[in-house]
Design a protein around this ligand. Structure first.
Ligand SMILES: Cc1cc2nc3c(=O)[nH]c(=O)nc-3n(C[C@H](O)[C@H](O)[C@H](O)COP(=O)(O)OP(=O)(O)OC[C@H]3O[C@@H](n4cnc5c(N)ncnc54)[C@H](O)[C@@H]3O)c2cc1C
Length: 424
């Protein structure tokens, strides 16, 4: 529209209050897809939607994407290939998964290989590719509020660098702000079980003066044992190029000093085993991890929720990057398919997300609860994984990757485990 026409239109509209209000609404910036959060869910959605020609704006509260993420950043086999990311992101290829039971015994399974990375690199690379595809990423942009207006969603956010409040209208909205997404002020999405699924986590990065034992760099370690108060600790050692990430999580709120003590003991045991006597600089970091049931409602009226904000984390091992990235891809797909009908897009996304993830993730919540009731059950399961690695692999795989023969084998193993653990 030429400037003279715009000035004329503005004068016409400004003649009445109603006109001024209409003009204010008209002048709000708009986009096809507005994404909150630039983790793997938001970043993948942005990249894939922008590469199809949609106008995409991402709001990220941090100044630098990925710089504040606390994560062990273990990636499942084939992750980089599946999401078209460079192998240079991979710090270590880890063909061994070592499971430690509550008695400290180790059961190793060969798989994959899995990979490790850091979130600075992973999220930063996904974001850079989203920008190349045409997405706009606004950092220092803190999401505040959602409201709907005339078939669009108005999103309010704070530009924390300039100290300004801004609004943007979007046809489609994707909320992907991770474990801080309580969403209690949004009755459609609020989930009363959210708080009880949160885990408190703490991690140390051990920057060693010399490399640790070679086996450390081939292995993802997961440890399960009861904390002093009886709650199950899920702990890990994931190797990186320049450090070992050693951390743990406990469901519910844990006083900081207690958690630090628990981690100090675990880290000391791990370092004695893998890097005895090696000097190190240690960096401590902590964050909340969601490990409960998936959020029941994740799509309505043009607004969809993905990644950890949707509760897509495996409660047995904390894996959520794959689930987050996949939800971002699914969202981009449905937004593109139903680009002119946001309500239909969010409803179709919600159904597809349920089908893909909910049964597996809900089973994982029940499994960790079942195992935690008797520490010996961890041992029985890990023994079975070590004796029949195909069982472990099938449990890790997605449901639709399984053949009938796989399913029969899996159910037979599961029945055997059930019988052994009930007799134990
Ligand atoms: C200690 C720890 C270890 C973990 N280890 C692993 C692992 O080894 N492997 C694995 O697969 N998963 C792991 N996870 C889980 C994994 O981190 C999450 O599942 C994954 O990050 C989810 O991605 P996401 O995009 O949904 O959310 P996030 O990665 O949490 O990204 C959310 C983004 O939204 C931004 N944001 C939040 N609030 C706002 C707001 N109001 N406005 C604007 N932006 C906002 C955040 O800054 C962030 O960039 C771990 C988690 C923790 C805590």
């Amino acid at each position: 529209m030429c400037p003279e026409v715009l000035v004329g239109l503005r004068r016409y509209l400004e003649r009445s209050d109603a006109g001024a209000a209409r003009m204010a609404a008209w002048m709000i910036e708009s986009t096809d897809l507005l994404i909150v959060g630039c983790g793997p869910a938001g970043g993948v959605a942005a990249r894939e939607a922008a590469s199809r020609g949609l106008r995409v704006v991402v709001l990220e509260k941090d100044a630098v994407v990925g710089s504040k993420r606390v994560c062990a950043a273990g990636l499942r086999p084939g992750f980089c290939r599946e999401f078209d990311l460079p192998d240079s992101l991979v710090h270590c290829n880890t063909p061994r998964l070592a499971l430690f039971d509550p008695y400290g015994d180790e059961y190793a399974v060969r798989f994959g290989p899995g990979h490790t990375s850091t979130r600075e690199e992973l999220d930063g690379t996904i974001a850079a590719r989203a920008v190349t595809a045409g997405a706009e990423i606004r950092t220092n942009a803190l999401f505040r509020e959602l409201s709907s207006e005339g078939g669009r969603t108005l999103v309010e956010y704070a530009d924390t660098a300039r100290g300004e409040r801004r609004r943007i209208a979007a046809r489609h909205v994707f909320l992907a702000q991770g474990s801080t997404a309580k969403l209690e002020r949004h009755p459609r999405f609020a989930f009363s079980g959210w708080a009880s699924g949160l885990m408190t986590t703490l991690q140390q990065r051990w920057y060693l003066a010399r490399p640790a034992a070679p086996i450390a760099y081939e292995t993802l370690e997961l440890h399960y044992y009861p904390a002093r108060d009886g709650r199950t600790v899920v702990a890990w050692m994931f190797p990186k190029r320049d450090h070992l990430a050693i951390g743990l999580g406990i469901t519910g709120k844990v006083p900081g000093a207690e958690l630090r003590e628990e981690l100090d003991e675990f880290a000391a045991r791990t370092i004695r085993r893998l890097a005895p006597g090696i000097e190190a600089r240690v960096k401590l970091e902590g964050h909340l991890l969601y490990g409960g049931m998936p959020r029941p409602t994740v799509g309505a009226d043009g607004v969809s929720i993905g990644g950890t904000a949707a509760g897509l984390v495996d409660a047995t091992n904390g894996e959520g990057i794959y689930e987050a990235a996949t939800s971002g891809r699914m969202l981009a797909d449905f937004v593109w398919r139903y680009r002119d009908d946001a309500t239909r897009a969010s409803a179709a996304y919600s159904r597809a997300l349920h089908d893909r993830f909910y049964a597996r993730l809900a089973r994982r919540v029940k499994l960790i609860e079942f195992l935690s009731r008797r520490p010996k059950r961890f041992r029985l399961l890990f023994e079975q994984f070590a004796a029949a690695p195909r069982f472990a692999e099938l449990v890790a795989n997605e449901r639709f990757d399984r053949t009938w023969a796989d399913r029969i084998f899996l159910y037979a193993q599961a029945a055997r485990f059930g019988a052994r653990s009930l007799l134990a």
